[in-house]
Design a protein around this ligand. Structure first.
Ligand code: IMP
Ligand code: MG
Length: 188
C-alpha cells in the first residue's frame, strides 16, 4: 500500500494534534448546547471517531450518505440521499463532520437539506479543504488543514474504496488512477 503513495502530506501526529485543537474549540463553543454530530459517510468516519473522543460535552452522533451523479456534470446539483439521518434535528445544534471539501457541492447541498429541517444551528468541521477546486460556496467553521490541489488518501479518505486505513494523509501516485480519469469518489 505504501508503494502507491507519492508523498506523506500530513503525518499521523500532526493530524492528532489538530483534531485535539479543533475538539477544544468545539468543547468551548457547544458547552451547554444540545449537539448532534453528523458524519458524512464513508470518508468522515475516522475523523469523526477521533474528534468525538476528544469532546467532553454531551453529544449524539448520526450519519448521512450522500451521492452525486458524476462530479463534472453535477453543477446542477443532482444529489441523492443514500442514507438519511435517523435523528430529528429540529431545534438541535448540528455539526456536520466532513473529510474534505473539494468542489463544495456535497457540502453545499447537504447543508441546504439540513437547514430545511430547522435546526437551532448548523456548522461544519472538515479535516481538509482544497479551496482551489471550489465551484460553489462552501466553508468549514472548524478546519484542519488547507491542502493543494492533489488527490489524497488515508485517514478515512479513499481511492476506489481503498487506503482508508492509512493513519496519515498521503498523495496518491498519479499512475494508480491513470487511465481512469480524474480520481472520483462519488460516494463518500
Ligand atoms: P465535493 O462535493 O467536490 O466537495 O467533494 C467532497 C467529497 O469528494 C469528499 O467527501 C470526498 O469523499 C471526495 N474527495 C474529494 N477530494 C478527494 C481527495 O483528494 N481524496 C479522496 N476523496 C476526495
Ligand atoms: Mg467523501
Amino acid at each position: 500500500m505504501m508503494s502507491d503513495i507519492k508523498e506523506v502530506l500530513i503525518r499521523d501526529e500532526e493530524i492528532q494534534a489538530k483534531v485535539k485543537e479543533l475538539a477544544g474549540q468545539i468543547n468551548r463553543d457547544y458547552r451547554d448546547k444540545d449537539l448532534v454530530l453528523v458524519g458524512v459517510l464513508n470518508g468522515a468516519f475516522v475523523f469523526l471517531s477521533d474528534l468525538m473522543r476528544n469532546l467532553d460535552i454531551p453529544c449524539t452522533v448520526d450519519f448521512v450518505s450522500w451521492s452525486s451523479y458524476g462530479k463534472d456534470t453535477s453543477s446542477s446539483g443532482v444529489f441523492r440521499i443514500m442514507k438519511d439521518l435517523e435523528t430529528n434535528v429540529e431545534s438541535k445544534h448540528v455539526l456536520v463532520v466532513e473529510d474534505i471539501i473539494d468542489t463544495g457541492l456535497t457540502l453545499h447541498y447537504l447543508l441546504d437539506t439540513i437547514r430545511a429541517r430547522k435546526p437551532a444551528s448548523v456548522r461544519v468541521a472538515a479535516l481538509l479543504d482544497k479551496p482551489s477546486r471550489r465551484r460553489i460556496e462552501a466553508k468549514a467553521d472548524y478546519l484542519g488543514f488547507q491542502i493543494p490541489d492533489a488527490f489524497v488518501v488515508g485517514y478515512g479518505l479513499d481511492f476506489a474504496q481503498r487506503y482508508r486505513n492509512l493513519p496519515f494523509i498521503g498523495i496518491l501516485k498519479p499512475d494508480i488512477y491513470a487511465g481512469r480519469g480524474t480520481p472520483p469518489d462519488e460516494v463518500g
